[in-house]
Design a protein around this ligand. Structure first.
Ligand code: NIG
Ligand code: FE
Length: 426
């Protein structure tokens, strides 16, 4: 059991007035109108033995009620704020090498797609990853996950995708599975074998390889219980997989029970959002170039838009139309997109960019980094807000108002007093 006491604010991230949010994302004005409890007299939270939230509220009442209980951990949060742990809805954390040279080339004017077409970008990371041992990949993965955790992340989506052939992709998925079993972070594994067209193949051959070699191998491991993979992804983009090819791959993934969660409408308006809505996707990421029809289609079928402010910022892309997505009722989530092209592990930086660069309010940025990101991974019934019965995942912010975690750009390592995952300080 865990007790956190004497906090000044609890940002519940439930609907206005503290009413329990439905087991789904918040949309439209509800993304802004979240409940935050505040009291100079102090607020407390209790987590039960299984790591779930048992109760929260007035300090004096809770301390009195639990005075005879011995807690495994007690956190004095005097004058601090408690918010739900962040949920990073989109990361590519398993690869080797770096892309510093390309970072420099891009500063000198090269574009992402120029570099990709010349065999750099994803291809250069695939080559480096092939040359790395399982142990090296595991060690670097774990250290990245730990850095995410110290920046307040408690649940993270992790993609494969730097293998591009059946054996290499399965190797990456196995290493992700090992991290899922051994690291305190809750990991949602995504199969992203269709991250690029392998060199020497055409797109038809690449789709065949994913659908006929890779997905059956993933299916077998999923069925025999050695791999807990939850989502299927594809890079649906001009020059990578087109809409019809992406549809085939996503459908094959869906048929083995994976949630559809993919990269769409990032560099070109292809109609990825419309296709995803037809497939009843759980989430679509990027969406810088989404059309008005795409926005309507996503709103209608309740697909979560995973917005990645680092990518638009680093690649000088058109900012994704977050205000339109929210005003049309699309649930918006945020992710770091951590990958060798966008080296950011920290959700507080992402929230700051989402506010300054994309026009989100601080409340919307928090919802998008907690409850709505949980929805993008099918976890909104169990994660993403401070509600009885949900996992006790919190960030304790050492400041008198929770918004400091967004306002003080780059200061999260000083502001985060503790991260709590499943009722334990991690
Ligand atoms: O989300 N768009 C495809 N995937 C990544 C980039 C991966 C890479 O460049 O290595 C993204 O931005
Ligand atoms: Fe990505």
């Amino acid at each position: 059991r865990l007790l956190v006491h004497s906090a000044r604010q609890l940002a519940l991230v439930t609907g206005a007035g503290g009413a329990a949010a439905a087991a789904g994302p918040l949309v439209g004005p509800a993304m802004h109108a979240i409940a935050v409890l505040e009291s100079d007299a102090g607020l407390a939270l209790v987590a039960d033995e299984s790591g779930r939230i048992e109760e929260f509220g007035n300090n004096t009442e809770i301390m009195k009620k639990w005075q005879d209980t011995s807690f495994d951990e007690v956190v004095d949060a005097n004058g601090m704020c408690v918010i739900p742990g962040f949920i990073d809805a989109h990361t590519h954390p398993i690869w080797s090498g770096d892309r510093i040279n390309e970072f420099i080339m891009k500063l000198e004017g090269a574009t992402y797609m120029d570099i990709h077409k010349k065999g750099g970008g994803i291809y250069s990371t695939v080559r480096n990853t092939k040359n790395a041992s399982d142990e090296e990949l595991y060690v670097s993965l774990k250290s990245r996950l730990t850095r995410m955790m110290h920046a307040g992340t408690t649940v993270v989506e992790c993609k494969s995708g730097y293998g591009l052939d059946v054996n290499s992709e399965i190797r990456l998925l196995k290493i992700l599975q090992k991290a899922k079993e051994e690291h305190p972070l809750d990991i949602s594994i995504t199969f992203c074998g269709a991250h690029a067209i392998p060199e020497g193949m055409n797109s038809t051959e690449a789709v065949d390889a994913v659908v006929n070699d890779q997905i059956p191998a993933v299916k077998e491991m999923k069925q025999n219980g050695t791999l807990n993979v939850e989502n299927i992804d594809v890079f649906c983009e001009k020059g990578v997989f087109n809409v019809e090819e992406s549809r085939k791959i996503l459908t094959a993934g869906k048929n083995i029970g994976l949630r559809v969660n993919f990269h769409g409408d990032e560099l070109c308006a292809l109609g990825s959002a419309e296709m995803g809505a037809q497939l009843n996707a759980t989430a679509i990421s990027h969406l810088e170039e989404i059309s008005a029809e795409g926005i309507a289609a996503m709103a209608n079928s309740g697909v979560v838009a995973v917005i990645l402010p680092t990518t638009a910022f680093i690649m000088h892309l058109k900012p994704p139309p977050v205000r339109q997505l929210i005003s049309h009722g699309v649930p918006v989530a945020l992710g770091t997109d951590f990958n060798p092209n966008a080296y950011c592990l920290a959700m507080p930086l992402v929230m700051h960019l989402a506010c300054i660069h994309l026009g989100m309010t601080v409340n919307e940025a928090l919802v998008a980094s907690t409850l709505n990101a949980a929805a993008s991974l099918g976890r909104s019934a169990t994660n993403g807000s401070i509600q009885k019965g949900k996992w006790a995942d919190f960030v304790i912010v050492n400041a008198p108002r929770w918004e400091h975690i967004i306002y003080q750009y780059g200061a999260h390592s000083h502001l985060i007093y503790a991260v709590i995952k499943d009722g334990k300080v991690v």
